[in-house]
Design a binder for this molecule. Structure first.
Ligand SMILES: NC(=O)c1ccc[n+]([C@@H]2O[C@H](COP(=O)([O-])OP(=O)(O)OC[C@H]3O[C@@H](n4cnc5c(N)ncnc54)[C@H](OP(=O)(O)O)[C@@H]3O)[C@@H](O)[C@H]2O)c1
Length: 182
């Protein structure tokens, strides 16, 4: 069965996932609007994936958190420069200096069915090379003016189907899209 690759990510209204230096302080601040116990579908989403693929920058950011948020899920870190895997993640996280084609084949050979793709440049390369199947985009009501963009240039248009959309009364808007095949 072919691999499904999904992104689940939050952006500012002007389309940034982080400030130019990678900070997500704005997201932490806006998350204070979210009622206790509400996770905007994240918990349900993460239950459906069996591995993560993330870029080197996102991996570095997650390592700076107080706790590791992905339990025992295998994590494949994309990097050409290489990353140091901390001792507590050896055997769970690995650096993959692979092309996406090789990576997807490796993931399929390992039996993965649904991967969570994270990081702006990583999501962009999955989209560009035709490997992203779904994206759940949570738009947070703040303008940053500058930052790291979620989307980038493309060799051609990528038509999508809107699967679901939801407005939260705390102001977040979440839309799930499926990339149309063919
Ligand atoms: N708003 C949110 O929900 C959200 C979610 C996730 C992350 N973030 C933020 O986003 C920032 C990171 O995003 P980012 O756009 O900088 O990118 P990223 O995708 O996390 O990391 C980019 C790096 O990953 C490697 N990479 C990506 N695609 C590759 C490919 N196809 N082949 C080989 N290597 C590849 C490259 O590392 P090398 O240079 O080593 O080759 C590249 O420099 C962090 O600050 C994080 O906090 C926000």
């Amino acid at each position: 069965m072919p691999l499904t690759a999904s992104a689940f990510i939050a952006t500012s209204l002007d389309g940034f996932i982080a400030r130019p230096n990678g900070d997500i302080d704005w997201l932490d601040k806006m998350n204070q609007l979210v009622p206790t116990g509400e996770d905007a579908g994240y918990g349900a989403f993460i239950q459906t994936v069996d591995a993560l693929v993330m870029g080197r920058n996102s991996f570095a950011k997650v390592l700076s958190f107080e706790f590791w948020p992905y339990q025992n899920l295998p994590v494949y870190v994309l990097s050409t420069k290489g990353v140091t895997i901390p001792d507590h993640l050896v055997g769970q996280a690995e650096c993959c200096p692979l092309s996406l084609k090789e990576l997807v084949k490796t993931l399929e050979d390992k039996g993965h069915k649904h991967v969570y793709v994270d990081g702006g440049m990583t999501i962009q390369s999955f989209i560009r090379e035709g490997y992203l199947n779904e994206i759940t985009l949570t738009t947070v009501p703040v303008l940053l003016g500058q930052g790291l963009p979620l989307f980038g240039t493309l060799p051609q248009d990528i038509p999508l189907t809107l699967v679901a959309s939801k407005c939260y009364d705390f102001g977040f808007v979440q839309s799930k899209y499926r990339v149309r095949e063919g």
